[in-house]
Design a protein around this ligand. Structure first.
Ligand code: SF4
Length: 354
């Protein structure tokens, strides 16, 4: 008898095959390595210690790693610099699959870089405005591939100082559909012996996989959460994001209440404005109502739809966006319009597709 799953995200995505990546190891996994485990971990995770030819470890440690683990990084095969300073990067994984990431430097008083990274090859969630959603799911990235993606970006484009990095899981894939690998990668990237990226600088964006939101809420270390909302009625949201047919706006709101914001933590809400679908003043009012008492711990990011051939949606006129923004502000919401980076090289939100 054949079994069918009701939704593509019900089943776990296939995992990476082959030897595990050394970049997915925590210090406790390196107890058997020659020398101190903490030292080997640091040498794996700190690219500024590497030599031209690779890891700066003695021969015994390198041989020990090579006997059981893959020590190669994802390979940057394409680099598309945008005129706004962002660079879309295509990386090839060991099995030939390709993923995309975006490197976004920000020149302020202290230069910072935001890395937008992928968590899966493809995506099971099928959001109708998204290029990645149109390709379906191929497989999860392993924790080592996620960390390796970050290290490959740093090695290719910088920055040299790890404390200048902000990480957003907003590339290809639904990170919470690959929660175990994503969380392990966060543990590694947050580890003081490695890149030591603060959890306040790591944001995981979800389409609304409620059970995984509830699980992540209790995990340590816990990153910040971003919710890709994109509609204010169940009818519209189910059209735009099929996941809403299972976990609707009411259920999602309960999960956000249960998340429990830590002092200083903000919940990020992403709202892609789609002309004629979700951009009316009534939508703005419903959004403010839905937020309710989350009013003080949130930040809404309005995003102009980045048009691409896989979707019929179009971005609204500027006046419409401005009216939506003004209405949210008048209702006491904290709201900004996201300046989409890398738009001219198809690297902006919803455009990643390889
Ligand atoms: S928006 Fe995110 S969750 Fe939805 S299909 Fe695209 S990559 Fe997947």
């Amino acid at each position: 008898m054949s079994t069918t799953t009701a939704n593509p995200w019900d089943a776990p995505a296939p995992e990476a095959q082959g030897r595990p990546s050394a970049f997915g190891l925590l210090p406790e996994d390196l107890e058997g390595a020659p020398g101190r485990a903490a030292h080997v971990f640091s040498r794996l995770q700190r690219p500024w210690t590497w030599r031209e030819e690779g890891l700066c470890l003695n021969r015994e440690a390198r041989e020990w790693l090579a006997a059981s683990y893959d020590t190669s990084l994802p390979v940057v095969v394409e680099s598309h610099p945008s005129e706004d300073g962002a660079t879309k990067v295509v990386l090839r994984l060991r099995d030939g699959e390709r993923i995309e990431a975006v490197h976004m430097p920000r020149e302020v008083r202290n230069p910072r870089v935001t890395l937008c990274i992928s968590s899966q090859v493809g995506c099971a969630m099928g959001c109708t405005f998204c290029a990645t959603g149109a390709m379906g799911i191929k497989r999860n990235l392993s924790a080592g591939e996620i960390v390796g993606q970050v290290l490959a970006l740093i090695r290719t484009l910088g920055p040299e100082r790890p404390h200048a990095i902000t990480l957003v899981f907003m590339g290809m894939g639904e990170p919470l559909h690959n929660l175990d690998n994503v969380h392990r990668a966060i543990r590694i990237l947050n580890h003081p012996g490695g890149l030591n990226i603060s959890t306040r600088r790591i944001t995981v964006s979800t389409s609304g996989l409620v059970p995984a939101i509830e699980k992540l809420a209790r995990m340590e270390p816990r990153p910040w959460l971003a919710l890709s909302l994109n509609a204010t009625t169940d009818e519209a949201r189910s059209r735009v994001m099929p996941v809403n047919r299972v976990w609707n706006l009411g259920r999602l709101r309960e999960a956000l209440d249960a998340w429990g914001l830590a002092p200083g933590e903000k919940l990020l809400l992403e709202y892609v404005l789609l002309a004629g679908e979700n951009d009316t003043l009534e939508d703005a009012d419903r959004l403010a109502d839905w937020l309710g008492d989350l009013r003080h711990g949130h930040n809404i990011n309005l995003i102009r739809m980045n048009e691409h051939p896989a979707s019929d949606f179009r971005q609204p006129a500027e006046e419409r966006l401005q009216a939506f923004l003004d209405r949210l502000k008048a209702r006491g919401c904290f709201v900004t319009v996201r300046k989409s980076r890398g738009r001219d090289v198809q690297g902006a939100c919803g455009q990643l597709l390889k």
